[in-house]
Design a protein around this ligand. Structure first.
Ligand code: ZN
Length: 362
């Protein structure tokens, strides 16, 4: 699964005068809050019961956010893009939350993975990885469900003359929603199936310091280091599955866990994995940061590193997505070629490596 586009790319904000621009962003965030109120399902997606109270589940364990929060707040994506009238930080209790499952399930089904104290020295068992994957798919599903509700509302608020143009953009979200629903279902089954070695673990490392950055998510790389296609995000063939990889940066008070893994049968990652294993530990951290910034917006960072907000290299990494790179009219083949250039992983080397020990404030 991948972020094909971002909300703010749908609209020609730079063409608007400042005041209108602020109104426009208000319309966007009103649409989003409307959607969040309206996507809660009637039944818990895990146990299917409607009796238990729903939970505000955290996309990244709340303990990680607490470890990097300053005065109870963590910085979010908008700290880097600075959309007016949208928050750039959030309180730990509301940062990256979703409401799809009941409290009982939330306490039970993520327990092993959220208990870092019991993590082994060597690779974690499949159960921990299944739990991480399940959380990622729930969060992705929620995001797509919110977008599906939010976009029509936003368009209504904005009353743009050319809103019909946006329809093709809204449709891929539907496919993502269906795909992630299936992924939730499949992973739920895996939880009780006692598998062993279901994933290829690309990285499992405990750092002896607190990274000022937290992330957990599923990312579908478009390309690796050598121009190979890992995921052709423009391929709409129903038989073509996107292959995703799970990336985690879990900071705690005195340490941080870094975990990266994908399903073992996802052969399209093998070239990437080989290249990755040849990198030094510092390079790996820098690369993972690049991948997270490039492909996601669901990360959190500490105000202690907010100087990165003005770093042009960081801005270069975050402000591109497939939709900005390609025009609608372009041939499919040309689109993926452009993306391969844009997402080439060799570009990670200039980023300030905020996952590295030298960024830790003592
Ligand atoms: Zn439940």
């Amino acid at each position: 699964m991948t972020e094909i586009f971002r909300l703010e790319e749908l609209f020609p904000e730079n063409a608007l005068p400042k005041e209108q621009n602020i109104n426009f962003h208000k319309a966007l965030s009103m649409g989003e809050s409307f959607a969040k109120k309206n996507v809660k399902p009637n039944n818990c997606l895990i146990c299917n019961s409607s009796k238990n109270p729903f939970c505000n589940s955290h996309s990244v364990p709340a303990r990680c956010l607490r470890a990097i929060a300053i005065n109870g707040d963590v910085k979010i994506f908008n700290g880097l893009v600075k959309i007016p009238a949208v928050d750039d930080d959030k309180g730990v209790n509301e940062a990256g939350t979703f409401r799809l499952i009941c409290r009982d399930c939330d306490e039970k089904i993520f327990k092993e993975y959220e208990t870092f104290e019991k993590y082994p020295d060597k690779n974690p068992p499949d159960k921990v990885l299944h739990q991480i994957a399940l959380k990622n798919y729930l969060k992705f599903y929620y995001k797509k469900a919110v977008e599906a509700k939010a976009f029509p509302k936003m368009l209504e608020n904005l009353q743009l003359p050319n809103s019909a143009l946006l329809e093709p953009v809204l449709k891929p979200g539907d496919r993502d929603k269906k795909d992630s629903f299936k992924a939730i279902y499949d992973t739920k089954k895996l939880l009780n199936s006692n598998t062993n070695g279901y994933y290829r673990i690309v990285e499992y490392r405990k750092l002896d310091y607190t990274c000022p950055f937290a992330f957990q998510g599923s990312i579908s790389l478009i390309t690796g280091f050598d121009g190979e296609i890992i995921n052709d995000v423009f391929n709409t063939d129903k038989k073509y599955d996107l292959q995703d990889m799970h990336v985690c940066v879990f900071p705690e008070k005195d340490y941080t866990y870094i975990i990266v893994f994908y399903k073992k049968h996802f052969q399209r990652y093998s070239q990437f994995a080989k290249h990755y294993s040849n990198l030094s530990q510092e390079e790996r951290l820098q690369l993972l940061l690049y991948i997270i910034l490039k492909y996601s917006e669901d990360y959190f960072y500490s105000a202690s590193i907010q100087t990165i907000e003005n770093d042009p290299v960081v801005h270069d990494a975050i402000t591109t997505t497939t939709m900005m790179i390609c025009d609608y009219e372009e041939e499919e083949g040309a689109k993926i070629k452009k993306c391969i250039q844009e997402y080439n992983l060799n570009n990670y080397k200039k980023l300030p490596n905020v996952l590295s020990k030298c960024y830790v404030k003592s």
